[in-house]
Ligand binder design. Structure first.
Ligand code: AMP
Length: 387
Protein backbone atom coordinates (compact mmCIF):
# COMPACT_ATOMS: atom_id res chain seq x y z
CA UNK A 1 0.00 0.00 0.00
CA UNK A 2 1.34 3.45 -0.80
CA UNK A 3 2.46 5.62 2.08
CA UNK A 4 1.75 9.28 2.04
CA UNK A 5 4.74 11.05 0.57
CA UNK A 6 5.54 14.66 1.32
CA UNK A 7 7.04 14.85 -2.16
CA UNK A 8 3.79 14.14 -4.02
CA UNK A 9 1.61 16.39 -1.90
CA UNK A 10 4.30 19.02 -1.51
CA UNK A 11 4.02 21.95 0.80
CA UNK A 12 0.76 23.80 0.32
CA UNK A 13 1.20 27.41 -0.68
CA UNK A 14 -1.82 29.69 -0.43
CA UNK A 15 -3.35 30.05 -3.85
CA UNK A 16 -4.51 33.56 -4.72
CA UNK A 17 -7.59 34.61 -6.73
CA UNK A 18 -6.88 34.73 -10.44
CA UNK A 19 -4.97 31.43 -10.32
CA UNK A 20 -6.17 28.54 -12.46
CA UNK A 21 -7.55 25.36 -10.89
CA UNK A 22 -7.65 22.37 -13.25
CA UNK A 23 -10.31 19.76 -12.55
CA UNK A 24 -9.98 16.22 -13.88
CA UNK A 25 -13.57 15.21 -14.62
CA UNK A 26 -16.35 17.53 -15.74
CA UNK A 27 -19.52 16.09 -14.17
CA UNK A 28 -21.76 17.66 -11.54
CA UNK A 29 -19.15 17.52 -8.78
CA UNK A 30 -16.66 19.35 -10.98
CA UNK A 31 -19.38 21.86 -11.89
CA UNK A 32 -20.22 22.63 -8.26
CA UNK A 33 -16.49 22.83 -7.37
CA UNK A 34 -16.04 25.24 -10.26
CA UNK A 35 -18.98 27.41 -9.14
CA UNK A 36 -17.46 27.71 -5.65
CA UNK A 37 -14.04 28.48 -7.10
CA UNK A 38 -15.48 31.16 -9.37
CA UNK A 39 -17.00 33.01 -6.40
CA UNK A 40 -13.51 33.13 -4.90
CA UNK A 41 -12.05 34.54 -8.10
CA UNK A 42 -10.25 31.49 -9.43
CA UNK A 43 -10.21 30.48 -13.06
CA UNK A 44 -11.17 26.94 -14.01
CA UNK A 45 -9.99 24.42 -16.58
CA UNK A 46 -11.74 21.07 -17.01
CA UNK A 47 -10.59 17.80 -18.54
CA UNK A 48 -13.51 15.74 -19.81
CA UNK A 49 -14.24 13.83 -23.03
CA UNK A 50 -17.76 15.25 -23.45
CA UNK A 51 -17.86 18.69 -25.06
CA UNK A 52 -19.96 21.17 -23.02
CA UNK A 53 -20.02 18.78 -20.04
CA UNK A 54 -21.61 20.07 -16.79
CA UNK A 55 -18.39 21.61 -15.42
CA UNK A 56 -17.28 23.06 -18.77
CA UNK A 57 -20.48 25.15 -18.84
CA UNK A 58 -19.18 27.18 -15.89
CA UNK A 59 -15.41 26.88 -16.55
CA UNK A 60 -12.95 29.12 -18.39
CA UNK A 61 -11.67 26.38 -20.67
CA UNK A 62 -12.05 22.68 -21.39
CA UNK A 63 -9.45 20.17 -22.53
CA UNK A 64 -11.69 17.75 -24.41
CA UNK A 65 -10.11 14.31 -24.06
CA UNK A 66 -10.35 11.08 -22.09
CA UNK A 67 -9.45 11.25 -18.40
CA UNK A 68 -6.51 8.90 -18.91
CA UNK A 69 -5.12 10.72 -21.96
CA UNK A 70 -1.65 11.60 -20.66
CA UNK A 71 -0.98 14.39 -23.14
CA UNK A 72 -4.33 15.96 -22.18
CA UNK A 73 -3.46 15.72 -18.47
CA UNK A 74 -0.11 17.34 -19.27
CA UNK A 75 -1.91 20.14 -21.13
CA UNK A 76 -4.31 20.73 -18.20
CA UNK A 77 -1.32 20.75 -15.80
CA UNK A 78 0.55 23.21 -18.02
CA UNK A 79 -2.37 25.63 -18.03
CA UNK A 80 -3.17 25.33 -14.27
CA UNK A 81 -1.55 26.25 -10.96
CA UNK A 82 -3.35 23.50 -9.02
CA UNK A 83 -4.97 20.22 -10.09
CA UNK A 84 -7.86 18.48 -8.38
CA UNK A 85 -10.21 15.66 -9.35
CA UNK A 86 -13.94 15.07 -9.06
CA UNK A 87 -13.83 11.26 -9.02
CA UNK A 88 -11.47 8.61 -7.73
CA UNK A 89 -10.78 6.55 -10.83
CA UNK A 90 -8.15 8.92 -12.15
CA UNK A 91 -4.82 7.56 -13.40
CA UNK A 92 -2.62 8.35 -10.37
CA UNK A 93 0.59 7.57 -12.29
CA UNK A 94 -0.40 10.13 -14.94
CA UNK A 95 -0.86 12.76 -12.23
CA UNK A 96 2.52 11.89 -10.69
CA UNK A 97 4.11 12.54 -14.08
CA UNK A 98 2.92 16.19 -13.99
CA UNK A 99 3.64 16.79 -10.28
CA UNK A 100 6.70 18.90 -11.23
CA UNK A 101 4.56 21.21 -13.36
CA UNK A 102 1.57 21.77 -11.11
CA UNK A 103 0.60 21.52 -7.43
CA UNK A 104 -1.57 18.51 -6.57
CA UNK A 105 -2.48 19.34 -2.96
CA UNK A 106 -4.58 16.19 -2.44
CA UNK A 107 -1.63 14.06 -3.50
CA UNK A 108 -2.01 10.87 -5.48
CA UNK A 109 -1.71 8.43 -2.57
CA UNK A 110 -5.25 9.43 -1.50
CA UNK A 111 -6.36 8.28 -4.95
CA UNK A 112 -4.40 5.04 -4.79
CA UNK A 113 -5.89 4.18 -1.41
CA UNK A 114 -9.48 5.02 -2.31
CA UNK A 115 -9.57 3.43 -5.76
CA UNK A 116 -8.77 -0.03 -4.44
CA UNK A 117 -10.99 -1.58 -1.78
CA UNK A 118 -8.15 -3.63 -0.27
CA UNK A 119 -5.92 -0.57 0.16
CA UNK A 120 -8.88 1.41 1.45
CA UNK A 121 -10.01 -1.12 4.06
CA UNK A 122 -6.41 -1.74 5.14
CA UNK A 123 -5.87 2.01 5.62
CA UNK A 124 -9.11 2.37 7.60
CA UNK A 125 -8.36 -0.63 9.83
CA UNK A 126 -4.75 0.53 10.37
CA UNK A 127 -6.15 3.74 11.80
CA UNK A 128 -8.06 1.73 14.39
CA UNK A 129 -11.42 2.12 12.63
CA UNK A 130 -13.88 -0.70 12.10
CA UNK A 131 -15.21 -2.01 8.79
CA UNK A 132 -17.29 -5.08 7.97
CA UNK A 133 -15.09 -8.18 8.29
CA UNK A 134 -13.40 -8.70 4.91
CA UNK A 135 -11.02 -11.01 3.03
CA UNK A 136 -9.24 -10.52 -0.28
CA UNK A 137 -10.35 -13.23 -2.74
CA UNK A 138 -8.83 -13.89 -6.15
CA UNK A 139 -10.33 -17.24 -7.07
CA UNK A 140 -13.28 -19.51 -6.32
CA UNK A 141 -11.32 -21.65 -3.83
CA UNK A 142 -10.33 -18.45 -1.96
CA UNK A 143 -13.96 -17.32 -2.04
CA UNK A 144 -15.09 -20.67 -0.58
CA UNK A 145 -12.62 -20.48 2.29
CA UNK A 146 -13.40 -16.80 2.94
CA UNK A 147 -17.11 -17.73 3.14
CA UNK A 148 -16.27 -20.36 5.73
CA UNK A 149 -14.68 -17.66 7.90
CA UNK A 150 -17.11 -14.82 7.28
CA UNK A 151 -20.29 -16.84 6.77
CA UNK A 152 -23.52 -15.99 4.92
CA UNK A 153 -24.84 -13.47 4.05
CA UNK A 154 -21.83 -11.76 2.51
CA UNK A 155 -21.11 -9.29 -0.27
CA UNK A 156 -18.56 -9.94 -3.00
CA UNK A 157 -17.16 -6.71 -4.45
CA UNK A 158 -14.58 -6.10 -7.15
CA UNK A 159 -11.43 -4.43 -5.81
CA UNK A 160 -11.53 -1.59 -8.28
CA UNK A 161 -13.98 0.20 -10.49
CA UNK A 162 -17.20 -0.49 -8.53
CA UNK A 163 -19.69 2.31 -7.82
CA UNK A 164 -23.40 2.57 -6.92
CA UNK A 165 -23.50 -1.19 -6.35
CA UNK A 166 -21.91 -2.08 -9.71
CA UNK A 167 -19.50 -4.99 -9.47
CA UNK A 168 -21.23 -6.39 -6.36
CA UNK A 169 -22.97 -9.69 -5.64
CA UNK A 170 -24.79 -10.54 -2.42
CA UNK A 171 -24.26 -14.19 -1.43
CA UNK A 172 -27.09 -15.35 0.83
CA UNK A 173 -26.61 -19.10 0.62
CA UNK A 174 -24.64 -21.91 -0.99
CA UNK A 175 -27.05 -21.63 -3.97
CA UNK A 176 -25.72 -18.16 -4.72
CA UNK A 177 -22.18 -19.49 -4.53
CA UNK A 178 -23.11 -22.34 -6.90
CA UNK A 179 -24.16 -19.72 -9.46
CA UNK A 180 -20.62 -18.36 -9.42
CA UNK A 181 -19.02 -21.79 -9.92
CA UNK A 182 -19.27 -21.37 -13.69
CA UNK A 183 -16.98 -18.29 -13.62
CA UNK A 184 -13.70 -19.43 -15.12
CA UNK A 185 -10.52 -18.82 -13.13
CA UNK A 186 -9.33 -16.29 -15.72
CA UNK A 187 -12.54 -14.28 -15.44
CA UNK A 188 -12.48 -13.98 -11.63
CA UNK A 189 -11.64 -10.33 -10.94
CA UNK A 190 -9.55 -9.39 -7.89
CA UNK A 191 -12.25 -8.98 -5.25
CA UNK A 192 -13.03 -8.74 -1.58
CA UNK A 193 -15.63 -10.65 0.37
CA UNK A 194 -17.32 -8.62 3.10
CA UNK A 195 -19.65 -9.73 5.84
CA UNK A 196 -23.17 -8.38 5.26
CA UNK A 197 -23.82 -5.67 7.85
CA UNK A 198 -27.25 -5.64 9.47
CA UNK A 199 -27.18 -1.87 9.89
CA UNK A 200 -29.86 0.35 11.44
CA UNK A 201 -29.26 2.90 8.68
CA UNK A 202 -26.61 4.32 6.38
CA UNK A 203 -25.01 7.66 7.05
CA UNK A 204 -22.11 9.79 5.92
CA UNK A 205 -19.79 12.42 7.24
CA UNK A 206 -17.69 14.85 5.26
CA UNK A 207 -14.33 16.09 6.43
CA UNK A 208 -12.33 18.85 4.77
CA UNK A 209 -8.72 19.83 5.27
CA UNK A 210 -6.03 22.18 4.08
CA UNK A 211 -3.15 19.76 4.61
CA UNK A 212 -2.81 20.42 8.33
CA UNK A 213 -6.18 21.46 9.85
CA UNK A 214 -9.41 19.52 9.46
CA UNK A 215 -13.10 20.27 9.99
CA UNK A 216 -16.12 17.98 9.87
CA UNK A 217 -19.66 18.53 8.65
CA UNK A 218 -22.87 17.34 10.33
CA UNK A 219 -23.68 13.65 9.92
CA UNK A 220 -26.51 12.84 7.52
CA UNK A 221 -28.72 9.78 7.09
CA UNK A 222 -28.77 8.36 3.56
CA UNK A 223 -31.52 6.31 1.93
CA UNK A 224 -30.54 4.40 -1.20
CA UNK A 225 -32.92 2.96 -3.81
CA UNK A 226 -31.57 0.46 -6.34
CA UNK A 227 -28.09 1.17 -4.89
CA UNK A 228 -28.34 4.85 -5.87
CA UNK A 229 -28.59 7.57 -3.24
CA UNK A 230 -32.21 8.77 -3.13
CA UNK A 231 -32.50 11.06 -0.10
CA UNK A 232 -30.12 12.49 2.51
CA UNK A 233 -31.64 13.77 5.76
CA UNK A 234 -29.67 16.33 7.73
CA UNK A 235 -28.97 15.99 10.54
CA UNK A 236 -29.08 12.22 11.16
CA UNK A 237 -30.90 11.38 14.37
CA UNK A 238 -28.07 9.86 16.39
CA UNK A 239 -26.83 9.97 19.97
CA UNK A 240 -24.10 12.37 21.01
CA UNK A 241 -21.85 9.36 21.46
CA UNK A 242 -22.41 8.10 17.88
CA UNK A 243 -21.78 11.61 16.61
CA UNK A 244 -18.56 11.81 18.61
CA UNK A 245 -17.38 8.42 17.28
CA UNK A 246 -18.07 9.39 13.66
CA UNK A 247 -16.47 12.82 14.00
CA UNK A 248 -13.43 11.34 15.70
CA UNK A 249 -12.89 8.69 13.00
CA UNK A 250 -13.30 11.31 10.27
CA UNK A 251 -10.62 13.51 11.84
CA UNK A 252 -8.32 10.51 12.28
CA UNK A 253 -8.66 9.54 8.61
CA UNK A 254 -8.15 13.16 7.52
CA UNK A 255 -4.98 13.37 9.55
CA UNK A 256 -3.84 9.99 8.14
CA UNK A 257 -4.18 11.40 4.63
CA UNK A 258 -2.89 14.90 5.56
CA UNK A 259 -6.09 15.76 3.77
CA UNK A 260 -6.41 18.74 1.47
CA UNK A 261 -9.92 19.23 0.07
CA UNK A 262 -13.05 17.28 0.96
CA UNK A 263 -13.29 13.56 1.78
CA UNK A 264 -16.61 11.74 2.18
CA UNK A 265 -16.92 8.80 4.55
CA UNK A 266 -19.84 6.42 4.08
CA UNK A 267 -20.92 4.77 7.31
CA UNK A 268 -23.09 1.96 8.56
CA UNK A 269 -24.74 2.91 11.87
CA UNK A 270 -25.51 -0.22 13.87
CA UNK A 271 -28.44 -0.73 16.23
CA UNK A 272 -26.19 -0.33 19.29
CA UNK A 273 -25.07 3.10 18.04
CA UNK A 274 -21.63 1.92 16.94
CA UNK A 275 -20.33 2.77 13.50
CA UNK A 276 -18.48 0.95 10.71
CA UNK A 277 -16.93 2.61 7.68
CA UNK A 278 -18.25 1.32 4.34
CA UNK A 279 -16.19 3.35 1.91
CA UNK A 280 -14.36 6.59 1.25
CA UNK A 281 -14.64 9.09 -1.60
CA UNK A 282 -11.69 11.51 -1.97
CA UNK A 283 -13.88 14.39 -3.11
CA UNK A 284 -17.17 16.14 -2.40
CA UNK A 285 -20.06 13.67 -2.34
CA UNK A 286 -23.68 13.43 -3.41
CA UNK A 287 -24.76 13.11 0.24
CA UNK A 288 -23.11 16.49 0.96
CA UNK A 289 -25.08 18.57 -1.54
CA UNK A 290 -27.43 19.73 1.24
CA UNK A 291 -24.49 21.78 2.63
CA UNK A 292 -24.90 24.33 -0.19
CA UNK A 293 -28.06 25.78 1.37
CA UNK A 294 -28.05 24.27 4.85
CA UNK A 295 -24.54 24.94 6.19
CA UNK A 296 -22.44 27.98 6.98
CA UNK A 297 -19.85 26.72 4.46
CA UNK A 298 -20.56 24.07 1.85
CA UNK A 299 -18.53 21.02 0.85
CA UNK A 300 -17.44 22.58 -2.44
CA UNK A 301 -16.26 25.85 -0.87
CA UNK A 302 -14.42 23.79 1.74
CA UNK A 303 -12.85 21.66 -1.00
CA UNK A 304 -11.60 24.70 -2.92
CA UNK A 305 -10.41 26.51 0.22
CA UNK A 306 -8.63 23.31 1.29
CA UNK A 307 -6.77 22.75 -1.98
CA UNK A 308 -6.00 26.48 -2.08
CA UNK A 309 -4.29 26.15 1.32
CA UNK A 310 -6.74 28.58 2.95
CA UNK A 311 -7.87 28.25 6.57
CA UNK A 312 -11.17 26.47 7.09
CA UNK A 313 -14.02 27.55 9.38
CA UNK A 314 -15.94 24.94 11.38
CA UNK A 315 -19.09 24.21 9.31
CA UNK A 316 -22.37 24.80 11.15
CA UNK A 317 -25.81 23.47 10.23
CA UNK A 318 -28.01 26.55 9.70
CA UNK A 319 -31.21 24.56 9.21
CA UNK A 320 -32.31 20.94 9.06
CA UNK A 321 -32.72 19.92 5.41
CA UNK A 322 -33.21 17.10 2.96
CA UNK A 323 -31.59 16.53 -0.41
CA UNK A 324 -33.44 14.45 -3.01
CA UNK A 325 -31.74 13.26 -6.19
CA UNK A 326 -33.34 13.93 -9.56
CA UNK A 327 -32.69 11.02 -11.94
CA UNK A 328 -33.36 11.04 -15.66
CA UNK A 329 -36.87 9.62 -15.27
CA UNK A 330 -37.79 12.38 -12.77
CA UNK A 331 -36.82 15.36 -14.90
CA UNK A 332 -40.20 16.17 -16.56
CA UNK A 333 -42.13 15.99 -13.27
CA UNK A 334 -39.47 17.99 -11.41
CA UNK A 335 -39.52 20.71 -14.07
CA UNK A 336 -43.30 20.86 -13.74
CA UNK A 337 -42.89 21.18 -9.96
CA UNK A 338 -40.76 24.33 -10.25
CA UNK A 339 -43.93 26.39 -10.75
CA UNK A 340 -45.58 25.14 -7.57
CA UNK A 341 -42.68 24.70 -5.10
CA UNK A 342 -41.07 28.04 -4.24
CA UNK A 343 -39.29 26.57 -1.20
CA UNK A 344 -37.55 23.83 -3.17
CA UNK A 345 -33.99 24.66 -4.26
CA UNK A 346 -33.68 23.17 -7.75
CA UNK A 347 -30.24 22.21 -9.02
CA UNK A 348 -29.82 21.05 -12.60
CA UNK A 349 -26.44 19.79 -13.81
CA UNK A 350 -26.92 20.82 -17.44
CA UNK A 351 -26.53 17.28 -18.83
CA UNK A 352 -27.58 16.94 -22.44
CA UNK A 353 -29.35 13.59 -22.14
CA UNK A 354 -31.77 12.50 -19.37
CA UNK A 355 -31.08 8.76 -19.28
CA UNK A 356 -32.92 6.48 -16.84
CA UNK A 357 -31.21 6.45 -13.40
CA UNK A 358 -28.68 9.10 -14.50
CA UNK A 359 -28.16 11.83 -11.88
CA UNK A 360 -29.48 14.98 -13.57
CA UNK A 361 -29.89 17.30 -10.60
CA UNK A 362 -31.06 17.46 -7.02
CA UNK A 363 -33.47 19.36 -4.80
CA UNK A 364 -32.69 20.69 -1.34
CA UNK A 365 -35.53 21.60 1.01
CA UNK A 366 -34.99 23.35 4.33
CA UNK A 367 -37.41 23.03 7.25
CA UNK A 368 -37.75 22.05 10.87
CA UNK A 369 -38.09 18.31 10.50
CA UNK A 370 -36.24 16.28 7.82
CA UNK A 371 -38.71 13.37 8.12
CA UNK A 372 -41.70 15.57 7.25
CA UNK A 373 -39.73 17.20 4.44
CA UNK A 374 -39.07 13.72 3.02
CA UNK A 375 -42.80 12.92 3.35
CA UNK A 376 -43.62 16.17 1.53
CA UNK A 377 -41.33 15.21 -1.35
CA UNK A 378 -42.65 11.64 -1.55
CA UNK A 379 -46.28 12.86 -1.48
CA UNK A 380 -45.79 14.53 -4.86
CA UNK A 381 -45.48 11.07 -6.47
CA UNK A 382 -42.45 12.25 -8.48
CA UNK A 383 -40.27 9.48 -7.02
CA UNK A 384 -42.93 6.72 -7.01
CA UNK A 385 -40.84 4.58 -9.39
CA UNK A 386 -38.32 4.09 -6.54
CA UNK A 387 -40.87 2.66 -4.08
P1 AMP B 1 -20.71 0.37 -1.94
O1 AMP B 1 -20.53 0.46 -3.43
O2 AMP B 1 -19.66 -0.40 -1.26
O3 AMP B 1 -20.93 1.73 -1.33
O4 AMP B 1 -22.08 -0.39 -1.70
C1 AMP B 1 -23.32 0.09 -2.21
C2 AMP B 1 -24.42 -0.19 -1.23
O5 AMP B 1 -24.53 -1.60 -1.00
C3 AMP B 1 -24.20 0.41 0.15
O6 AMP B 1 -24.62 1.76 0.19
C4 AMP B 1 -25.06 -0.50 1.02
O7 AMP B 1 -26.44 -0.16 0.91
C5 AMP B 1 -24.87 -1.86 0.36
N1 AMP B 1 -23.74 -2.57 1.00
C6 AMP B 1 -22.46 -2.53 0.60
N2 AMP B 1 -21.68 -3.27 1.40
C7 AMP B 1 -22.49 -3.82 2.34
C8 AMP B 1 -22.28 -4.69 3.43
N3 AMP B 1 -21.07 -5.19 3.75
N4 AMP B 1 -23.35 -5.01 4.19
C9 AMP B 1 -24.59 -4.54 3.90
N5 AMP B 1 -24.85 -3.72 2.85
C10 AMP B 1 -23.82 -3.37 2.08
Amino acid sequence: MPSLSESTQGKLQQLMPGSVIGIVGGGQLGRMMALSAKYMGFRIGVLDPTPDCPAAQVADFQVTADYDDRSAIAELAQRSEVLTYEFENVDADALDLVADTVAIPQGTDLLRVTQDRIHEKTFINQHGIGTAPWRAVNSLPELRSALEEIGYPAVLKTDTGGYDGHGQVVLRSADDLARLESVSADDFPPSILEGFVDFAFEASILVSGNGSDYVTFPIVRNIHKNNILHVSLAPAVISDETSRIATDLALRLADGFKLAGTLAIELFVLRDGSVLVNELAPRPHNSGHYTIEACSIDQFDAHIRGIAGWPLPQPRLLSPAIMVNVLGQHVPAVRAAIATHPTWNFHDYGKAEAKHNRKMGHITILGDDPESLADEAEATGIWDDLK
